[in-house]
Ligand binder design. Structure first.
Ligand code: ARG
Length: 224
């Protein structure tokens, strides 16, 4: 049988993270496994820094990236994406009650993972805010809790998870969906010349949406 080698940056629960047994788990992992099952292939996963995923994909270290990755026009110059598999928006979190809007964060330190759409958006759209890049979202959250950061900027679906476990933190202002920066949702990336794999993944995605598998995975990781 075929093997599809996936990579992710396991710092972004509920999409991907390492569990207590050092196993990679999450929505993206279950989704990839379901796609592989549908394709009668086996899946492997590599965990590495988010900003190295696209370069390593191009270098053929693995076949596909599934990592809560926004389908953006800029990335589409380098890789091909499947149809979107999850809707996205972005939001800043900070100490509860401290800031009302992004404008209140002028001169403050907001952290995010290196190479993310969140980093680019803040740097270009809000130069009045100091962006602090981290090797992982988990380290950014630690620094927010320690008071070394004033805010963290990430995907709403992920941020909501952090808020559940941190009652002293809250969202600041509106959710941001600027498609120029955050694209049209999350997608799986493959090398542009790997149209065979792209077509397989898109076909399998349609199939697992139709047979209820997608919904079951969604309900497991994003319970209502
Ligand atoms: N697995 C991760 N750490 N993903 C971070 C993704 C952040 C954002 N959605 C982006 O595409 O840039």
């Amino acid at each position: 049988a075929d093997t599809i080698r996936f990579a992710a940056s396991a710092t972004y629960p509920p999409f991907e993270s390492m569990d207590a047994n050092n196993q990679i788990v999450g929505f993206d992992i279950d989704l990839a496994n379901a796609l592989c099952k549908q394709l009668q292939a086996s899946c492997t996963f590599t965990n590495q820094a988010f900003d190295s995923l696209i370069p390593a994909l191009k270098f053929k270290r693995f076949d596909a990236v599934i990592s809560g990755m926004d389908i953006t026009p800029e990335r589409q110059k380098q890789v091909a994406f499947t149809a979107p598999y999850y809707a996205n928006s972005a939001v800043v979190i900070a100490a509860k009650g401290k800031y009302k809007t992004l404008a209140d964060l002028k001169g403050k330190r907001v952290g995010m993972e290196n190479g993310t759409t969140h980093q680019k958006y803040l740097q270009e759209k809000h130069p009045e805010i100091t962006t602090v890049a981290y090797d992982s979202y988990q380290n950014a959250i630690l620094d927010l809790k320690n008071g070394r950061l004033d805010g963290v900027f990430g995907d709403t679906a992920v941020v909501n998870e952090w808020l559940k476990n941190n009652p002293n933190l809250a969202a600041v202002g509106e959710h941001i969906t600027d498609p120029q920066y955050f694209g049209i949702g999350l997608g799986i990336a493959v090398r542009p010349d790997n149209t065979a794999l792209l077509e397989k993944l898109n076909g399998a995605l349609t199939a697992i949406k139709a047979d209820g598998t997608y919904k079951a995975i969604n309900d497991k990781w994003f319970p209502q």
